[in-house]
Design a binder for this molecule. Structure first.
Ligand code: ASP
Length: 356
């Protein structure tokens, strides 16, 4: 008897919940899904003025509730995909995230996606998604430099701005956008430039893609490179990515780092070279040797801006190396991981670096 009453009550509760959810949807507003992955935007500290805090503490529902007016921009729903500081972002989470984005964007009732993410590796995740998301609909990543408990936490406004852009059909066809501190960056161009300041993201090679002030936004230019449905990369059926290591160089860099990397299983190596992707003679010799044994070596740079030019100070033809063109080391690694999902010639890989 009690059981029957409980079941009836449960049915009433479920029907009421469904009804309330439907009633909360405004048919005149776009539908935006926020996928939360963690980061400082979800971080908390014991006091509002301390530098130390823990990333990935606050859940997505609390984050949404902290943004006044967000529900006037779009019908917003949240999903918690992970809750990690982005130093712990992984290929496993990337694949889960990218598959979920593709799945959601293929639906008629989803107009845009926002991804909340730590700032440390946000440029890598944005660039990865830029290459594997098969939709023109807006995808926006955002985060914050100050935890949610800080005095002047900037996360809520960044989230508000990100939702405003994801809700705008005019943001379609821009690939993945990074929205932080009133600025709109392309996934291709953006990089983190300051360890603690809220003005950390910059796009040194191509400039800003646009600006956003309290949700009102303007686009300046279309992002550089190939992305979205035009990209040849796909993660369908992919469960892992080939290992690619970055070797940061300096004065007298030991060349055995290259050999150690290969021994550990790397299929590709990105050299964060000095200047125009340069490295000392011993490291170059080790790289040539690696390349002759089928390891793909990309020359990028530790310098924050500028191209790494093919056959400039280093003869790439002779050393069988690839020049990263305008991709920094961390984005070169992402592109090379995807490129190595299939067999390609060095010429093909070089072309990828010119076009993506
Ligand atoms: N370590 C943090 C992270 O990337 C920093 C941040 O989000 O600003 O998750």
């Amino acid at each position: 008897m009690l059981n029957t009453i409980s079941k009836k009550l449960l049915t009433v509760v479920i029907i009421t919940m469904t009804f309330n959810f439907a009633a909360a949807q405004n048919k005149d507003l776009p539908n935006v899904v926020i996928l939360a992955t963690g980061g400082t935007i979800a971080g908390s500290a014991a006091t509002g003025t301390q530098a130390g805090y823990t990333s990935g503490q606050v859940g997505i529902e609390t984050m949404i509730a902290a943004v006044p007016g967000i529900k006037d921009l779009a019908n917003v729903t949240g999903e918690q995909l992970s809750n990690v500081g982005s130093q712990d972002m992984s290929v496993e989470i990337w694949l889960k995230l990218a598959n979920r984005v593709n799945e959601l964007l293929s639906r008629d009732d989803v107009d845009g996606i926002v991804i909340t993410h730590g700032t440390d590796t946000q440029e890598e995740t944005a660039f990865f998604l830029n290459l594997v998301v098969k939709s023109y609909k807006p995808v926006v990543t955002t985060g914050s430099m100050r935890p949610s408990t800080a005095v002047s936490a900037e996360g809520p406004l960044n989230l508000y701005n990100a939702v405003a852009i994801a809700a705008d059909s005019n943001a379609s066809g821009y690939g993945v956008l990074v929205v932080m501190n009133d600025q709109i960056h392309s996934a291709h161009g953006v990089t983190k430039t300051n360890t603690t300041s809220v003005q950390t993201f910059m796009s040194p090679m191509h400039g800003l893609t646009g600006a956003v002030i309290y949700g009102k936004h303007e686009f300046y230019s279309k992002p550089h490179g190939i992305f979205g449905p035009e990209s040849e990369f796909s993660i369908e059926g992919v469960t892992s990515l080939p290992r690619v290591d970055i070797i940061y160089t300096g004065v007298d860099t030991p060349a055995d780092l290259v050999d150690l990397s290969i021994k550990a299983g790397a299929k590709g190596i990105v050299i964060a070279g000095v200047g125009n992707g340069n490295m000392n003679a011993a490291t170059l010799k080790a790289c040539k040797n690696a390349a002759e044994n089928g390891i793909v070596v990309v020359r990028s740079t530790r310098v924050p801006t500028g191209y790494v030019l093919r056959n400039a100070e280093i003869n790439d033809d002779e050393n069988k190396t690839v020049a990263s063109d305008e991709l920094n080391a961390q984005k070169s690694r992402v592109l090379l991981m995807l490129a190595l999902l299939k067999d390609r010639s060095l010429e093909d890989i070089q072309k990828l670096f010119y076009t993506y």
